[in-house]
Design a protein around this ligand. Sequence first.
Ligand code: ASP
Ligand code: MG
Length: 421
Amino acid sequence: MLVFKFGGASVKDANAVKNVATILQKFKGKKIAVVISAMGKTTNALERLTDAFFYKKEGTQVILEEIKNYHFSIANDLFGNKQHPFYNELENTFVELQWAIEDEPTHSYDHEYDQIVSMGELISTKIVSAYLNHVSINNKWLDVRGIIQTDNTYREGKINFELTENLVKEELIPLFSTTDIVITQGFLGGTSENFTTTLGREGSDYTAAVLSYCLNAENVTIWKDVPGVLNADPKWFANTVKIDELTYQDAIELTYYGATVIHPKTIKPLQNKNIPLFVRSFLNPDEEGTIIKDSNKKLSIPSFIFKVDQVLITIQPKDFSFIAEDNLSSIFNIFHIHGVKIHMMQLSAINFSLCTDNNPVKMENLLRDLQNDYKVLYNEDVELCTIRYYDQSTLDRVSVNKQILLEQKSRYTAQLVMKPS
Ligand code: ASP
Ligand code: MG
């Protein structure tokens, strides 16, 4: 059994969908669970729709029409003939979305968000599944909300693995006795009360990993618009190098600190069952890409990633007491209460410095609580650069024209907090 994941870019228009069909044909005879994201930038559009609906802003209908036209135009390019029965199904799905935004919001923002934003994946998978059947690549469409069970933390659903594993055995595996391909949604889950949840933005990779885990898949492939995992982000640096092989450990370190090629939550379920992960190009599907697996092959070249829009916070006890375990535990508790993740930290006698994402709402509450007992200094617009297997020339390269505010090196990893100078 294989698991494939196709992200938004790989289904962004009719040609992209046709390309998915071509890739699947190369694996004829294999059993494949295919996880698909919303088409192109649909999730962003649905976020705007949710916002307009919840806060009763102007333009709700306009946004909905845009989303609808986009999908109908892809369907037109794929099916042509208006008589195709699929148009009815697509129309009905949009009627559901229309209904969802006609009522008054009755739940929290996050709850309403999940019910609306999830439509992106439901629609994309319906289109892809119908198209594949249309070109005789037989497949079954599965509503993943009946399989991936989460708690009711909307927008960040926590998966109940035990329930999910059972449902995979009872509902998903049997589908493969009559089909080789099952098409399902990334990013979505369902609660025990049958509400829809989402797993956090860019969560489809995680879906693919969770299903691989539950299916005991042979391997999983994430099809991307890049040739594999690169040693740096080509957006910022020329001369990037594709990494052929990566350990789970290196992959988790790099993704946690901002490598966006795969979602950081993807690695754990795969590592736990020793399932290899391939990152390959959907544009050049015959090329090898990157394999992430259990091995002791360390990266042979330095890899580096930037996390931008960070804040550097320095905390000092007002009474000049040492930063020791008592102060630290109260500081960590405040971070925990406000859900603020620390990306890097450093201690001295009376200073505790750390780097975190700049989330204005969380930051305001956090600072208010910290300021009761501590003097707090902070520096906005800084960036955190993490270099795995660093060397001096890479350190020099990433810090050109930058002022280094904080620096930390362990055996394999260097981290720099920097500001443009
Ligand atoms: N469609 C969702 C998003 O854009 C999930 C994903 O693409 O992984 O965040
Ligand atoms: Mg995506």
